[in-house]
Design a binder for this molecule. Structure first.
Ligand code: SF4
Ligand code: SF4
Length: 111
């Protein structure tokens, strides 16, 4: 199965959104990656192949979700900045989301 069904954001909508350089914002984040526990998982991989627009490929600000080109979604949880969007953005409620275990995750520098 190809990944042709994923529709990028409408160009007019994209142009109307504020310009945000995520790379600039995340440069000061420190990551404490838990290599033994993935806090973001796909519950049922087969569900993703029936998901029409696969919005997870767009709504995650750091592209944790990617397509394998065969309809399956890969999850690079190590890059997660814990914004919480995938708790509500998946129309199938197919993302198993939790905070990283204690001592892991991201640390934001303010000021
Ligand atoms: S939005 Fe949800 S169901 Fe659709 S492809 Fe992404 S994780 Fe799978
Ligand atoms: S919580 Fe935010 S940054 Fe983490 S995977 Fe979900 S959408 Fe991406």
């Amino acid at each position: 199965m190809s990944n042709q069904k994923h529709q990028p954001l409408d160009p007019d909508l994209r142009a109307s959104l504020p310009s945000v350089n995520v790379d600039d914002l995340i440069v000061s984040i420190k990551y404490y990656v838990d290599e033994e526990f993935a806090h973001i998982k796909i519950k049922e991989p087969g569900v993703c192949s029936h998901c029409q627009e696969q919005p997870c490929l767009d709504f995650c600000p750091v592209q944790v979700f990617s397509s394998d080109g065969q309809g399956r979604i890969l999850v690079g949880y190590q890059a997660c900045v814990e914004c919480g969007s995938c708790r509500i953005g998946c129309p199938m409620k197919n993302v198993d989301w939790s905070l990283p275990r204690g001592g892991h995750g991201v640390a934001y520098k303010f000021g």
